[in-house]
Every structure is written in C-alpha cells, then in structure tokens.
Design a protein around this ligand. Structure first.
Ligand code: 13P
Length: 264
C-alpha cells in the first residue's frame, strides 16, 4: 500500500460472526462490489481466525477481479512448534496478505510492546504486512498528549522487534502499516477529530522508521465521517480506514466506500 494509492479500507470483523456468517457476508460484499464498481485492491477483509481460510478461498475463487485482500486479526509471537493454539505468521503465507497487530482489544488482554514487536518481526520474516495498531486511552487528553502516547507505544513495539535481533533499520523498510485507533473512539460513536488524526500522523511520521509508512485511522468511522479523514498531504496524509462495526453490514460498508471514492 503506497502513500499515493487510492484509499484502502480494512473491515475488521473482530469476533462478531460465526464462520458461515463471515463467508456469507464476504459473498454479499463481493456481489455489491461488482455492482458498485469497487476499485480493485481498495478493500481488505479481516475475518476471525476460524473463518479466514474459507473467506480467502471464496474471494480468490469467485471474485478474484475485485482483488479484495484478506487480513488476519492476530498471529503468534513465536515460531512454529509445540505451541498449542498459536497461529505462527509463517502459517498465514498464501492465506493472509496482512495481519492486524496490537489492537487495543488485545492489549487490554495483556499484550505489550515487546510481544507486539516480536509479532511484527515474525510477519516481516514471513513476508506478510504488519498493520500495527496504536492508540491513546484518555478521551480528555490534549492532542499533544495523544501524540506522545502513540509515539511511546510505537517505540515499545520497535524495541520488541529489535529484541528479536532485527536491525531497527530493517524494520523501517519493511512495509509496515500504522493504524491510529484511539481507544476511546472505538465502538463509542465518538470518532476522533480529523485534526487530531492529522496531528498523530505527523508525530508518528517524525519517527525515523515511519517517515513513509501508510497510516490508517480507525474508531467509529461511518459513512458520514469517513471522507473527513482520508487524503491530506505530506506527513499528515491518511491512507485509509480500519472499520469495525460499520463493516458488518453491506450497506454501511459501501456508504464508506462511496464516501472515500472507491465505489459508486
Ligand atoms: P469501530 O469502527 O466499531 O469503532 O471499531 C474500530 C476498530 O476497532 C477497528 O479495528
């Protein structure tokens, strides 16, 4: 995903749907995408781990022309081996194009920068794009405080990746995508102000490793708010959106797609 490409939308379905429902929703989205001239490559879908393979094979088999990407919602911080229940990044090769890492809903379950950094390094090794989520916690904080919080989080992730003997410079050139998702905006109906997102984008891109990283915004995005985020120029550019609740219905997802100009 380059900085000059048309906006990318990532539908994060979290753990909302059973796998059969995920396949059905993916089918409906693809059918609507064909009818509404969805720009090829503009949409990626992140189903649950259990629905991932079925959704990927449906989209590639029956709707390849739309180039809808498939994203995992997490992966293991470890290599393959005797680790019951884990999904190593290398096992996602050929299934997922990217992996969401460090979502606040996982950080809330105890995941820290060190673990997220290790996952980033595993994804880079596997050739899978890491989408690193960063987000401040306090709805009443100032933009300066938010910028400090997310930059700190990023440095924690970078240190975690470096602890796995990766050169920090290697991390910088590896196609990481950043998703700014303020925790107070997720699922709250109170999206961040576009000016706040621009300030955070600028602060993160002043970090040496992130100067050219694509940046997504996520948190209560809907058809009304979507167009206010994407675009911009230079270090304040926002390259796309990470969408939760509004991605669970075809209609609301396509309102966003139309608002940012990737479908009719
Ligand atoms: P909502 O769009 O439901 O606020 O969720 C955002 C999110 O967490 C996407 O990862």
């Amino acid at each position: 995903m380059s900085g000059t490409a048309s906006p990318r939308l990532i539908a994060n379905w979290k753990a909302n749907l059973a796998p059969g429902e995920e396949v059905e929703l993916a089918r409906q989205i693809a059918l609507r995408g064909s009818a509404r001239q969805l720009a090829p490559g503009s949409l990626l879908i992140a189903p649950s781990a259990i629905g991932l393979v079925a959704v990927a094979s449906l989209l590639r088999r029956e709707h390849a022309e739309l180039k809808i990407g498939v994203v995992a919602q997490d992966c293991s911080s470890d290599d393959p081996g005797a680790r019951t229940g884990e999904i190593p990044a290398s096992h996602l090769i050929g299934v997922a194009d990217a992996v969401i890492l460090g979502h606040s809903e996982r950080r809330a379950r105890g995941e820290d920068g060190r673990a997220i950094g290790a996952k980033v390094a595993r994804c880079i090794d596997a050739g899978i794009v890491p989408i690193v989520c960063l987000g401040d916690l306090d709805a009443r904080a100032t933009d300066v405080e938010r910028c400090d919080a997310v930059v700190d989080q990023w440095r924690g992730v970078l240190a975690g990746a470096a602890a796995l003997q990766r050169e920090e410079a290697a991390v910088s050139t590896s196609g990481i995508i950043i998703a700014y998702e303020p925790v107070w905006a997720i699922g709250s109906g109170r999206p961040a102000r576009p000016e706040t997102v621009a300030a955070v984008a600028r602060a993160l891109r002043s970090e040496a490793e992130l100067t050219s990283a694509p940046l997504l915004y996520g948190g209560s995005v809907d058809g009304k708010s979507a167009a206010g985020y994407v675009g911009g120029s230079g270090a304040e550019r926002v390259d796309g959106l990470l969408i939760g609740g509004a991605s669970l219905e075809v209609e609301s997802l396509f309102q966003i797609a139309a608002a940012v100009g990737v479908s009719r």
